[in-house]
Design a protein around this ligand. Sequence first.
Ligand code: 4AD
Ligand code: MG
Length: 463
Amino acid sequence: MSKYLFDEIYKSVKGLMPIDELVDGATVTVEGWIRTNRSNNKIGFISMNDGSCFSCVQIVYEEDKLANFAEIAKLLTGCAVKITGKLIITPEAKQPFEINATEAELLGACDAAYPLQKKRHSLEFLREIPHLRPRTNTFMAVFKIRSIISQSLHEFFRQEGFTYIHTPLITGNDAEGAGETFTVTTREDTNYAEDFFGKHACLTVSGQLHVEPFALAMGKVYTFGPTFRAENSNTPYHASEFWMIEPEMAFCDLKGDMAVMEAMLKYVIKDVMTNCPDELKFLNDFVDKDHTLIEKLDRVVNSDFKVITYTEAVDYLKNSGEKFEFPVEWGVDFAKEHEIYICDKVAKGPVFLIDFPKDIKAFYMKLNPDGKTVAACDLLVPGVGELIGGSQREENYDVLVKKMADIGMETESLEWYLDLRKYGGVVHSGFGLGLERLLMYVTGVANIRDVCAYARTPKNLKF
Ligand code: 4AD
Ligand code: MG
């Protein structure tokens, strides 16, 4: 008796990774959960999933071949079972094989109150049961792709010669200067001088400032981990805890930065298309609102991303004839509606927006020769808006100190960061890619709450 995962059997019968024993008629044992079970007095069919691959497998059981036929016929959706039976290879059928049961054992019973019955459940309903939703097709597909993307990002950066740095999650500074941090404390009061670290501490909003010193030692580095923001944005695109990948490169300007963004995105999307075809097909047909997901991803992989300056984008928006909720003037930060217009209507695909007004961007961004804009870049994608934010960093000590002073930032706690500009500082650039936003883009899922295992958003901390 040999135990197999459905994925192994699939790959073997399709000739992708043949296993010698898995011939037609071989005896196999599998373990998984019942999605549906129907029967008459003579024959029954279980649609079973073991989590190893997206598709379910059909188990056929017959009254004259299975001693406990009556017991198995009563099993409900959600039960865990172990099945031993004959592998029947069915090359002509939709499913490439089925299993004809000779032994069946209940491993874990499932109460009749199990909320995931065979019907379509709304994503809102599933958000209330984050511990059970991984058993649905949508969440199996999303979390498989989330795993592939994470590994694929590491692969890409490794191949490109980057070193992976683990930056801290507890920090003494607010990297973006926006003050939207969660405080880390062991005290009831706010006497941080007496607190655990002897000072105010918070959860990181970005690993960038901590990773820059490594770029100025090792050249090409990246950090990849959880990020926390206490901004009270109750939107489909904002989470209070999300994962960000942040590469940082010495001897690299904004142009080089953008080339890495584009190559990285294409690499990851290709990888998902190669490794998750069943998941993508499902998401294309049942989740993506236009059912054009695969076509869209295909186009991204085969197109050159466009580049538009912020100033050009303002002109496009002003001349669009659209009635935006937030009016556009040079100097304002773009809202989601503007971002979506620029990628859907102007660029018709992913687009780099560059050279933003310095006043709406972070203090560390490189001042352009015009003195008004910075060498920053946001990559916008259709349906999601901003997917990546990046920039060339200001490497000139005096300019950086003046920029900080102009916006009233104290420099004392960032002396270490300024040191990098005194000790062999060079042109360097980097960016931050929000993993959940990328997942929304690649899966067609419209709400960030449905690409996080346990979403953390304002007034929402389930389990
Ligand atoms: O544009 P942001 O704020 O850039 C930074 O944090 C820089 N320090 C990155 C760098 O240059 N190293 O954030 C980067 C990306 C955004 O483009 C977005 O994809 C994602 O992080 N992001 C969020 N994702 C989900 N929920 C939120 N609240 C997010 N805020 C930013
Ligand atoms: Mg940004």
